[in-house]
Design a binder for this molecule. Structure first.
Ligand SMILES: [Mg+2]
Length: 280
């Protein structure tokens, strides 16, 4: 932190959820609540940036009482808190205006169906599965599985055609302007976007030019690498994100785990900024 931090009215915070803002096991965020209140008191945007669906995120951001947009489905969707006049989705007791950074799911499903018909590949997506099947595969209960299946702009799929890597499907999707990314158990067919691309788009839309990103795992690496401050939240149970050297980027590794690490890092940044102001 050699360079002084810019004024906090230029900051915007992007955060992963599981293992970062939410405890890996209990999904609680109590330990981060005081730091979240500090940010809210300053009017600081805090934007969840997740692989989850809007249906999964909506109830959570209502509980967190965050008035900001959310990024869902790995950068494919940005959902903005909506005014009454907007054409909207109602989820989690709020209305949302949905912006597609990737491609609508109907386009993705049509492309997948055409490839399956022409190439004879065997794979199954959430659209081909019952909620009970999705629940069994993900370990979610059926209600949670239904929320995970309520997708707007990406399709998780299981490759069931023998080869370990669906390289041919990946190439075929790329030729149509889509991409195949690796999740945990599933592959994800989606438009050409990413958590990092969504971060840049939302920061620009909100007029903020200093992005702070928090994450705990390999699927956060791209978002962390693209931020001005990368906060790697300690996760003793997973692999850390691998970040290429980025001269000039501020990086902070938390000592505490999950939401306690989230609060530790945000308190350090806010304290550093207010010291800078009182000295300057
Ligand atoms: Mg995580």
């Amino acid at each position: 932190m050699s360079q002084p931090l810019p004024s906090p009215d230029r900051w915007i915070v992007f955060t992963d959820l599981d293992g970062t803002l939410l405890d890996h096991h209990s999904y609680r965020w109590d330990a981060a609540a005081p730091a979240l209140r500090r940010l809210t008191a300053q009017g600081m945007p805090v934007v969840p940036n997740s692989s989850k669906t809007l249906a999964e995120l909506a109830a959570l951001v209502t509980e967190l009482d965050l008035p900001w947009p959310v990024v869902a489905e790995n950068g494919s969707v940005v959902a903005w808190p909506a005014g009454r006049a907007d054409a909207t989705h109602e989820l989690g007791g709020r209305r949302w205006r949905v912006q597609f950074l990737g491609r609508p799911r109907a386009d993705i499903l049509a492309t997948l169906a055409a490839l399956r018909a022409v190439r004879g590949w065997r794979f199954r997506g959430f659209a081909d599965m019952t909620p009970a099947e999705i629940a069994a595969l993900t370990g979610l209960d059926e209600a949670a599985a239904a929320r995970a299946a309520e997708r707007l702009a990406s399709e998780p799929l299981l490759w069931e055609d023998g080869a370990t890597e669906p390289a041919a499907l990946s190439e075929a999707l790329a030729a149509t302007g889509l991409q195949l990314t690796r999740g945990g158990r599933f592959w994800h067919a989606m438009g050409r976007t990413s958590k990092a691309a969504a971060m840049t788009a939302v920061a620009a839309a909100l007029g903020r030019d200093f992005a702070i990103a928090l994450g705990d795992g390999p699927n956060d690496a791209e978002m962390l690498a693209a931020a001005d401050v990368a906060i790697i939240v300690h996760n003793p149970e997973g692999n850390p994100p691998e970040l290429p050297p980025e001269p000039g980027q501020r990086r902070l590794h938390t000592r505490a785990v999950g939401p306690a690490g989230w609060a530790e890092a945000m308190d350090i940044l806010l304290d550093t900024a207010s010291e800078g102001e009182s000295h300057g």
